[in-house]
Ligand binder design. Structure first.
Ligand code: CP
Ligand code: NVA
Length: 310
């Protein structure tokens, strides 16, 4: 993907619909090649630094393994062990790291901080999740939906739960591929108005339909897939009990799954909490594709790394 070389990935709106579709296509190819045992060491000699201010299992491991499979190397840095954790400026951190590594992946709280880092870094910066967005997750989710349901412009995905980072990036992704995305959240937990503004133009261009409901039963009607995420994201630990009450009607269970198409799949970015946002029956049942989604983080991010660094 020539056009992406040297670019950042701070949010999916950094890319055109064509670029997002090309990334998914490349991910499909890389997945096939890897399954067939074909070696691709295009990133030999390249190093990715990964900075974590929040915990991670999938993002951490899939980026590390992705770099290794492509012949490159990675470094794991936690804020606690870096000088920026005790006051060194982001600008100095970005300029220093840019002299050593070929790209920086960062997971943190504030999107603004990621943008600040990218502004001063001379190498690509990849958003590995902020409070606002999770672009790498959305790429993997589009790949999963395509594998399961084919032509994305004919897919109806229903998201039920919190209007959070995962939903915001899914909205960007859905808009880019012309998908139908229905959303149901409780009052007070809607996706941010800013994100509706961000997708408006692209959705018009691609024909994507993004619709909002408060009623989860309405949102999942005729859906090909139902997606949910945790009710309390990282950083919202104190709100756990309040959220448990506010989201009680938004659990994905057998009753809700039955409102969707008979062959609907269940999606979740993980980590998941059985008995809260989803029942064990659903997430461990035959309709669930959550571990395929988790695996697809690897393939989607390899496509991204190759495109930004290759
Ligand atoms: N889905 C996801 O980003 O998982 P981790 O928090 O484990 O990285
Ligand atoms: N919304 C969740 C996603 C975790 C991958 C969080 O931010 O904690």
């Amino acid at each position: 993907l020539q056009g992406l070389k040297g670019k950042d990935c701070l949010t999916l709106t950094d890319y055109t619909p064509e670029e997002i579709q090309a990334l998914i296509k490349l991910a499909v190819k890389l997945k096939q090649e890897q399954k067939a045992g074909v070696k691709n060491t295009a990133l030999q000699g390249k190093v990715l630094a990964m900075m974590f201010d929040k915990p991670s299992t999938r993002t951490r491991v899939s980026f590390a393994v992705g770099m290794a499979q492509l012949g490159g190397q990675f470094l794991e840095l936690s804020s606690k062990e870096m000088q920026y954790g005790r006051g060194e400026s982001l600008e100095d951190t970005a300029r220093t790291l840019s002299g050593y590594v070929d790209a920086i992946m960062i997971r943190t709280f504030s999107q603004q901080m990621v943008e600040e880092l990218a502004k001063h870094a001379t190498v690509p910066v990849i958003n590995g999740l902020t409070d606002l967005y999770h672009p790498c997750q959305a790429l993997a989710d589009l790949l999963t939906l395509m594998e399961e349901k084919g032509d994305l412009s004919r897919v109806k995905l229903a998201y039920v739960g919190d209007g959070n980072n995962v939903l915001h990036s899914l909205m960007h992704g859905a808009a880019a591929v012309g998908m139908t995305l229905t959303i149901a959240t409780p009052k007070g937990y809607e996706p941010l108005p800013k994100v509706w503004d961000e997708i408006e133009k692209v959705a018009k261009q691609t024909g994507a339909q993004i619709q909002f409901y408060y009623d989860p039963m309405e949102a999942v009607k005729e859906a090909d897939a139902i997606y949910t995420d945790v009710w309390a994201s990282m950083g919202q630990e104190e709100e756990k009990e309040k959220r448990k009450k506010d989201f009680a009607e938004y659990q994905v269970n057998e009753t809700l799954m039955k409102q969707a198409k008979a062959d609907a799949i269940f999606m979740h970015c993980l980590p998941a909490y059985r008995g809260l946002e989803v029942t064990a029956e659903v997430i461990d049942g035959p309709q669930s594709v959550v571990f395929q989604q988790a695996e697809n983080r690897l393939h989607a991010q390899k496509a991204l790394l190759l495109s930004l660094l290759g």
